[in-house]
Design a protein around this ligand. Structure first.
Ligand code: SF4
Length: 455
């Protein structure tokens, strides 16, 4: 959770963080190239986006119906669903199942949902070892740092440095980065084949086949799921799409907007645990379906459109605010434009409502969104909601009323020492980092009349 002072401190830290700035520059440059190309992959890109958006509109607006259909088909083939109202319930239930089976180790692919439910912390408290299988997350884990949940590829990473870290921690001599990658790959294959409990995120739930879709580019998720005897798939309830016939649109849009590819390198469609006539796949499959206040977002007629999001990361990569302050000020896994829309509802409203004010309304996020989500309008809608819920301090309310009176009647302003009074009362509202402009000596009205000889 973030409150305004925490947000401002974290934002200031982000502004001063040169590492983040270099990282963000890299993301911006990478995405600039990616986004220039996306439309050229398709004959009718706008039509594709409209169709995908319509499928998601149906799924989000009739979610109850699709969840029931999904549950019926998924459980019929032996999959089990854990309905989790919040992150504590999700983590508690996973740990309970592992404990009941006497399991103390798991492998995991890095995912936003796992970070959202704070799974690593839960495992640490329950003394369960969890090995990260995604390269960057694996390195962070070795360094005892929290893996970031990001849609971005590894950019600007100092691979030589990462390689040295890994060699030191795992105690082996490698001549170059490629040897380190090879060593890590073998190390993780070994871990996955021994541990046999895998945890992954999910990209889409497909209602009409009761299936999970998991996309990846590194190969670690395939390794996590194929060696596992028990697979836990973590997913927010909003990731539903109505039909398998819709899937190709989403895969194309996701891959083109994430990594400039036509399709993700590896896509798995999982419809249940291993069946009697099958030779591989997990024997037990648990889908942890997480609400965690998503229904609060769903209650907002306009803002629920944010759940059309496929988490490609395009909006965050072009947002000038994210570029400057980074992800920490958002106080959760949802950062950038999407975070500004969902956080007030998924966290406490009064702790996160200010996030929608940290936006220039430049509209870049809306322009690049492959799902045609009018993100900047949803941010604006959050501001309206803040006013409706009286998210301001009473003194500011009076100041704004007073300012309005002065602005519509120059004589009222001139009755005071306007520059002094304005600065004294409104400098803080205007923002301490900005220079408060001096008021012109004569009003626009007077100057206009003079210039145009109007008596
Ligand atoms: S409209 Fe706001 S959220 Fe969207 S890119 Fe611009 S500053 Fe970022």
């Amino acid at each position: 959770m973030t409150s305004l002072p925490t947000y401002l401190t974290a934002a200031k830290k982000g502004l001063e963080n040169s590492h983040h700035r270099t990282y963000a520059e890299g993301i911006f440059e990478h995405y600039q190239r990616v986004l220039e190309n996306t439309d050229s992959y398709f004959k009718f890109p706008e039509l594709l986006k409209k169709r995908a958006a319509f499928s998601k509109y149906k799924a989000v607006n009739e979610l109850e119906k699709y969840l029931v259909e999904f549950e019926f088909l998924f459980t019929r083939r032996g999959g089990r669903i854990i309905w989790a109202a919040n992150h504590e319930e999700a983590t508690k239930e996973i740990i309970r199942i592992l404990r009941d089976k006497g399991i103390r180790k798991a492998v995991k692919s890095n995912s936003k949902t796992a970070n959202e439910i704070k799974l690593n912390d839960g495992f640490e408290n329950a003394n369960i070892d969890c090995v990260e299988t995604e390269f960057n997350a694996f390195h962070k884990q070795l360094q005892k740092q929290t893996p970031e949940s990001t849609s971005f590829p590894i950019l600007n990473a100092d691979f030589a440095h990462i390689s040295q870290d890994i060699q030191k921690t795992l105690n082996f001599d490698g001549k170059n980065v490629l040897q380190t990658i090879d060593y890590v790959k073998k190390y993780l294959i070994n871990q996955c084949s021994q541990i046999r409990v895998g945890i992954t995120g999910v990209n889409f739930l497909v209602s009409d086949i009761g299936g999970l879709v998991i996309c990846e580019n590194q190969g670690n998720i395939g390794m996590t799921t194929s060696f596992s005897d028990i697979h836990f798939a973590l997913c927010g309830i909003e990731k539903m799409i109505p039909s398998l016939a819709d899937l190709d649109k989403f895969l194309h849009l996701l891959a083109t907007h994430t990594s400039n590819e036509m399709l993700p390198w590896n896509t798995q469609i999982i419809t249940g645990p291993r069946q009697e006539n099958e030779v591989d796949g997990p024997r037990e499959l648990y889908l942890v379906l997480i609400n965690n206040k998503r229904t609060e977002v769903m209650k907002q007629v306009k803002q629920r459109e944010i759940f059309h999001c496929i988490h490609c990361g395009a909006c965050t990569s072009v947002c000038p605010v994210y570029k400057l302050i980074g992800g920490e000020p958002y106080g959760g896994v949802y950062v950038g434009p999407v975070g500004s829309v969902v956080n007030p509802f998924m966290m406490d409203f009064y702790y996160a409502a200010h996030q929608s004010y940290a936006c220039t309304l430049c509209k870049r996020c809306t322009e690049v969104c492959p799902m045609n989500i009018p993100i900047h309008e949803l941010i604006l809608q959050n501001r309206k909601e803040s006013v409706k819920r009286e998210f301001y301090v009473t003194i500011d309310k009076h100041r704004i009323k007073q300012l309005r009176k002065m602005m519509i009647k120059r004589a009222a302003m001139d009755a005071w020492y306007p520059n002094f009074m304005l600065k004294m009362n409104y400098k803080k509202l205007f923002g301490n980092q900005k220079i408060f402009p001096d008021l012109s000596q004569r009003s626009f009205n007077v100057r206009y009349r003079e210039q145009n000889n109007i008596k």
